[in-house]
Design a protein around this ligand. Structure first.
Ligand code: GDP
Ligand code: MG
Length: 461
């Protein structure tokens, strides 16, 4: 921020975001900053009354200043005033005409908002002109472009609310081309991922040639940050899967689970998933507003549907698995565990229930418990799979891989929920290594599995 830091010819690039009220100016800025504290977003007209400034950093360097401006509304009347003024004022350039007009602001109280926009426009390097493509194409836009272009700055139309409005978008593109604005950007808060952010900065690169390198630095930096966020999130999900798959608890009763067992195991899983959800939302700086825009089934930071709800299995395309448990635990997401494998999984694989000699040596403690008539309880395979699928969906939503807005369906139904090919091997390996539950292991096997799952999380749909 200090003048000293930018003394070398690398001051921040000043970007004014202009357009009608509710076109999504504040939302765009908030998305670029990934900061829910910025501005006030509302359907009520004219929420942003003053110009507000915020900075985009690459590390410690302030690269871009974003200026949020009030709604630009009464363009036709304003153009008339400017034309009247041009007849008397001794100005040669359009920008000078604007400056003169701005100096006389006190004489035009009706245009107080617009004058704020113009004042910022002449001071900026480029204008982002937000357009809600659902708005009808009216003559006033010609006037608006006419006025804004007097500032003598490049203008980049940004088309918003494009999801499901492709025809309107095409008409708007054509219209802007008629006004000589050929470069334009498609933006949608709902489908905003790193690629969209990159496209925006790339457009600015072409409009602001001398600042090409500066913007490239920003793009590279953001790419790096983005990749490390995804990596951190995927790692967090793997940690959840490990915690849950490795969890085991000695059953109080033989071949069944008591109510207490069921409640405590289910709560363990709920809490583990809840914490992961919180961590992922934090990693991507997601707010409830983002969540509702993306139609994510999360309310007050909690999943709307309980992980143990029978509907979950159906929604994620899993069939009710086989568990050996009866009574309170039937269908409760809990299974018995023998020989380092859940009984359901053992049955599924057609494996014999008796463990091989090597396994027996490794799982002596567990088998001893079985011999004493006790059994270990574990979270069943279906629940671990559901956790994987739900967290993968969350990750894709947070990083916008799902492009929810286009489909307009509740998130839970809009994707195929296939599990990776060797998925059950992963669960098996985790169950074989209960020691991984509490420590982030440096074990080679653990690392390898983690790399594999992180890779799946990022590439699978
Ligand atoms: N569905 C959808 N809603 C959006 C998008 N951008 C903004 N909004 C909503 O539109 C309304 C107005 O947005 P806002 O950013 O305050 O507009 P501004 O007046 O131009 O600053 C808010 O309710 C936003 O949540 C978008 O890309 N998609
Ligand atoms: Mg606003």
């Amino acid at each position: 921020m200090s003048g000293i830091k930018h003394k070398n010819n690398n001051p921040p690039i000043n970007v004014a975001v202009v357009g009608h009220t509710n076109a999504g100016k504040t939302s765009l800025i908030r998305t670029l900053l990934r900061d829910d504290q910025f501005g006030q977003i509302d359907d009520a007209a004219g929420t942003t009354r003053c110009v507000e400034q915020s900075a985009v950093f690459a590390g410690k360097n302030e690269v871009v200043n974003l200026f949020d401006t009030p709604g630009f509304e009464d363009s036709s009347a304003l153009l008339n005033e400017l034309e009247t003024l041009s007849k008397t004022a001794q100005t040669r350039l359009p920008a000078e005409l604007l400056e003169t007009f701005i100096l006389q602001a006190d004489d035009f109280p009706d245009f107080a908002q617009e004058i704020k926009v113009l004042r910022q426009s002449v001071k900026s390097d480029v204008l982002l002109y937000m357009i809600d493509v659902r708005e009808p194409l009216l003559g006033k836009y010609r006037d608006e472009v006419n006025i804004l272009s007097k500032a003598g700055k490049p203008i980049l139309p940004v088309f918003n609310f494009i999801a499901g409005n492709e025809d309107a978008l095409a008409r708007w593109r054509e219209q802007m081309a008629q006004f000589n604005l050929h470069a334009a950007l498609e933006f949608d808060t709902v489908a905003f991922d790193f690629e969209a952010e990159k496209r925006l900065y790339q457009k600015l690169q072409s409009l602001l040639e001398p600042r090409y390198e500066t913007l490239q630095g920003l793009i590279d930096y953001r790419q790096q940050v983005w990749q490390s966020l995804i990596q951190a999130a995927a790692q967090r999900i793997f940690q959840l899967l490990t915690e849950v798959a490795c969890y085991r608890r000695e059953a109080a009763e033989k071949n069944t689970a008591s109510n207490t067992d069921v409640i405590s195991i289910q709560n363990f899983v709920r809490n583990a998933e809840q914490q992961t959800l919180q961590d992922l939302l934090t990693i991507f700086a997601f707010t409830q507003l983002d969540i509702s825009l993306q139609q994510l089934a999360v309310q007050n930071g909690q999943w709307q549907l309980d992980i143990f709800s029978p509907r979950m299995l159906k929604d994620f395309g899993l069939s009710a698995g086989s568990t050996a448990l009866k009574g309170a635990a039937a269908g409760a997401g809990i299974d018995l565990m023998v020989g380092g494998m859940s009984l359901g999984a053992a049955a599924l694989l057609g494996a014999a229930l008796g463990a091989s000699w090597a396994t027996a040596r490794r799982y002596q403690q567990e088998l001893k418990a079985a011999w004493r008539g006790h059994k270990w309880l574990c979270v069943d395979d279906n629940t671990v799979s559901l956790l994987y699928l739900r967290q993968r969906k969350l990750l894709h939503t947070l990083t916008q891989r799902g492009h929810a807005a286009q489909s307009k369906l509740p998130l839970v139904n809009d994707e195929k929920h296939s599990l990776p090919k060797n998925w059950h091997k992963v669960i098996k390996t985790l169950r074989h290594n209960p020691q991984w539950q509490h420590v982030l292991s440096t074990d080679k096997g653990y690392q390898k599995l983690q790399t594999q799952v992180i890779d799946w999380l990022q590439t699978d749909y």
